[in-house]
Design a protein around this ligand. Structure first.
Ligand SMILES: Cc1cc2nc3c(=O)[nH]c(=O)nc-3n(C[C@H](O)[C@H](O)[C@H](O)COP(=O)(O)OP(=O)(O)OC[C@H]3O[C@@H](n4cnc5c(N)ncnc54)[C@H](O)[C@@H]3O)c2cc1C
Length: 208
């Protein structure tokens, strides 16, 4: 309990520190410059900020990430298999970035590598010495005909999405008989093991 309280206090302090930095940064006019600019605050971006933030020092590293929340996507297989609550897989973005880094809550819209700059969707031009692009994969359910609409019906789920993963375990619980078919995609996916893991978890659940 004491540990949990200490973590919460530490996290609020981190949030406040990031908020102050965001404010002072947005007050600046003209081009902003960072030694290291990281695009995306997911697993790779957050890890890179924690590696280089302490090494390069305060305000030398910036992370551009639009999402208020960070998701531990590897845990979504366990959510789908009924072993984790979804809530344990999300945390405020500010709590996972290194506190020496600047968090820019925005999205990159344009890269200009010949000028060492990026432009965000809100129009901020940001210059860097070194750039790490860690924007992850895009989920393109829209490229599968009928799938976006199908997600509105029970039983159609996807462990790769923060909303649709919540539908997987209820769907599994509704199975009372029949055959289950598990397939493996031949396209790039976020985790090659994930289709297998949900197969084994479903098997374990159904046998139980
Ligand atoms: C169901 C599932 C199970 C998995 N299981 C495992 C496992 O067991 N083991 C394992 O090692 N891995 C696993 N993974 C894979 C792992 O989660 C990913 O490899 C990892 O999240 C990739 O990290 P990333 O930072 O490259 O991308 P992400 O974590 O997707 O982060 C990308 C970030 O970039 C941001 N972004 C996107 N576009 C822009 C832009 N234009 N400007 C600024 N920011 C932008 C996004 O908002 C996002 O926060 C699993 C993934 C899933 C979905």
């Amino acid at each position: 309990m004491a540990l949990a309280r200490a973590c919460c206090t530490h996290r609020s302090a981190l949030n406040a520190a990031h908020a102050v930095r965001r404010l002072s940064l947005s007050a600046k006019l003209g081009k902003e410059h960072f030694k290291l600019l990281i695009i995306g605050g997911g697993t790779a971006g957050a890890a890179t900020s924690n590696k280089f933030g302490p090494y390069l020092g305060a305000a030398k590293v910036a992370v551009i990430e639009p999402s208020e929340m960070h998701y531990y996507q590897a845990g979504w297989t366990m959510v789908g298999g009924g072993m984790y609550d979804f809530e344990v897989t999300q945390r405020p973005e500010a709590s996972v970035l290194n506190n020496k880094c600047i968090w820019i809550k925005d999205k990159v819209g344009q890269f200009s590598p010949e000028k060492n700059t990026v432009v965000t969707e809100s129009g901020r031009e940001i210059e860097y010495d070194f750039l790490v692009i860690a924007a992850g994969l895009q989920l393109r359910y829209d490229m599968i005909k009928g799938l976006p609409e199908a997600f509105e019906t029970p039983g159609v789920c996807s462990n790769y999405h923060r909303d649709y993963v919540k539908k997987t375990f209820p769907a599994l619980q509704r199975i009372s008989e029949g055959n289950a078919i598990f397939t493996f995609p031949n396209t790039p996916v976020k985790c090659a093991g994930a289709p297998q893991k949900i197969c084994y978890l479903s098997d374990a659940y159904l046998r139980k």
